[in-house]
Design a protein around this ligand. Structure first.
Ligand SMILES: [Zn+2]
Length: 445
């Protein structure tokens, strides 16, 4: 049903912004007590290893969480994702809301059951895709988080706006009205709608609905957007409590608040303090996401401001990173989990990560490389196929090229983060960072 103004009924059916009666006690959900987070090792000022417990299993952190935008990591079986060591997968609420619809996924038993992935799952709030459509984003790290194919450019790098696009999303204090990327139909997301969609999708870890800004927004706009995100966070907690009470037949779903504030130290710190202490009748966030516009050179600084202020006993997810140096920087600054669409997106464009940097397999030098893409890689592709064969697949435009390269790239990032986690336990983090960034970029970072 098209929506024409902020007062119209959103899809799905409108529900009250705040529950009318008292909320369920957080402990009243039978699954709540079996979820949580424990720190198992620390290194330096901020870095830590730990374990997130969900109804679908544990996630040893730091962990890289591959993105399966539409309930599939493109071109790769869920079984292969498990084999390559992925501990959890993240799907995009926006895409699954539009197709096939969260009610259908709910009927199927939730995201994991629907896609035959028995492990933990995450969904984002839908806010990033909704708000990045048509906004004049410059290249920021978080633009990598977009699941939209329209963000792809020939270089494999991402910019969140496609050429010639009109602005397709309008934000007001109550929510966001936007047009479907599939057929142009108008839809509306509010904090309550995002919670209803994510409860329907049934992921173990969900994110609060937040307003995404860009580095080009004015300071004044950033302040107003941040206040809006704070008020939306309160509404998300209330709706999450109501839905959890309604859905005790389902496994408990964690809700993580998202810290915005762009490049401003005072805004980031304030947002982290506000959401870290937020409490709606005993309901608080189970963890936190760090979102929004982050320039690569400020990544560690900004994550550091936020983790300074957040409670130590809850996990932190950094949205949209997978570069080798960014992972070390974010983990050193106290982030625990990460997602990114890049490893699979660039793989489909023939770009692969190797110990000594990123390369493109369509290059003539691979035509007769009858050895693996990367001799040091233990992935299924590198243990069964040669670079020459994958080069041929790309030249011949065969679909198997995407499968083999995605397996390789996802394994590369998952394994790197696994190695970092091990190094946090043995005190070798700094040595590993120097070695791996040195090999990848030519000099340590
Ligand atoms: Zn490999």
């Amino acid at each position: 049903m098209p929506v024409t103004s902020a007062d119209s009924s959103p899809e799905p059916a409108a529900r009250p912004a705040a529950p009318s009666g008292p909320l369920l006690e957080p402990s009243a959900h039978p699954g709540r007590e079996s979820t949580g987070f424990a720190v198992t090792a620390r290194h330096g000022e901020k870095a830590r290893a730990g374990v997130i417990t969900t109804p679908h299993g544990e996630i040893a952190t730091p962990a890289f969480v591959p993105v399966g935008t539409k309930a599939t990591v493109k071109a790769v079986l869920p079984e292969s994702m498990a084999d390559l060591g992925a501990q959890a997968l993240l799907a995009n609420a926006y895409h699954l809301y539009l197709q096939p619809g969260h009610d259908l996924v709910d009927e199927a038993g939730g995201l994991g059951a629907f896609m035959n992935w028995p492990g933990p799952t995450y969904t984002d709030s839908g806010g990033f895709q909704v708000m990045s459509l048509g906004a004049g984003f410059r290249k920021v790290l978080s633009s990598e988080f977009s699941g939209g194919e329209k963000a792809r450019t020939a270089s494999g790098e991402d910019d969140a706006v496609a050429e010639g696009k009109e602005r397709l999303a309008h934000v007001d204090d109550d929510g966001v009205t936007f047009r479907s990327f599939i057929n142009g139909d108008e839809h509306r997301f509010t904090p309550e709608v995002s919670m209803q969609i994510q409860h329907g999708l049934g992921a173990d870890i969900m994110f609060a609905f937040d307003e995404l800004t860009t580095l080009m927004n004015s300071r004044g706009y950033q302040e107003r957007a941040l206040e809006r995100t704070r008020l939306w966070a309160l509404r998300c907690l209330a709706e999450h409590a109501r839905l959890t009470a309604e859905r005790t037949h389902r496994p408990y779903q964690q809700l993580w608040g998202v810290i915005q504030g762009a490049q401003y130290e005072d805004l980031r710190r304030q947002a982290a303090r506000d959401l870290g202490a937020m409490d709606v009748e005993g309901w608080s966030f189970d963890g936190f996401g760090i979102g929004g516009a982050l320039e690569k050179e400020n990544l560690g600084t900004i994550v550091g401001w936020v983790t300074d202020e957040l409670p130590e006993d809850r996990p932190r997810h950094l949205l949209g990173i997978s570069e080798v140096d960014d992972l070390f920087t974010a983990i050193a600054a106290g982030a625990d989990t990460f997602d990114c669409v890049s490893p699979s997106r660039v793989a489909r464009n023939s770009a692969v990560y190797t110990r000594t940097g990123r390369v493109n397999l369509t290059g003539a030098r691979y035509r007769r490389q009858f050895s693996p893409i990367d001799e040091t890689c233990d992935c299924y592709t590198c243990t069964h196929y040669t670079a020459a064969y994958v080069h041929h697949l790309f030249r011949a435009k065969e679909m198997l090229s995407s499968t083999l390269c995605t397996i390789h790239n996802e394994r590369f990032v998952v394994r790197l983060v696994d190695e970092i986690r091990a190094a946090l336990g043995t005190g070798d983090f700094d040595a590993l960072r120097e070695e791996r960034t040195g090999a990848y970029y030519g000099s340590p970072r």
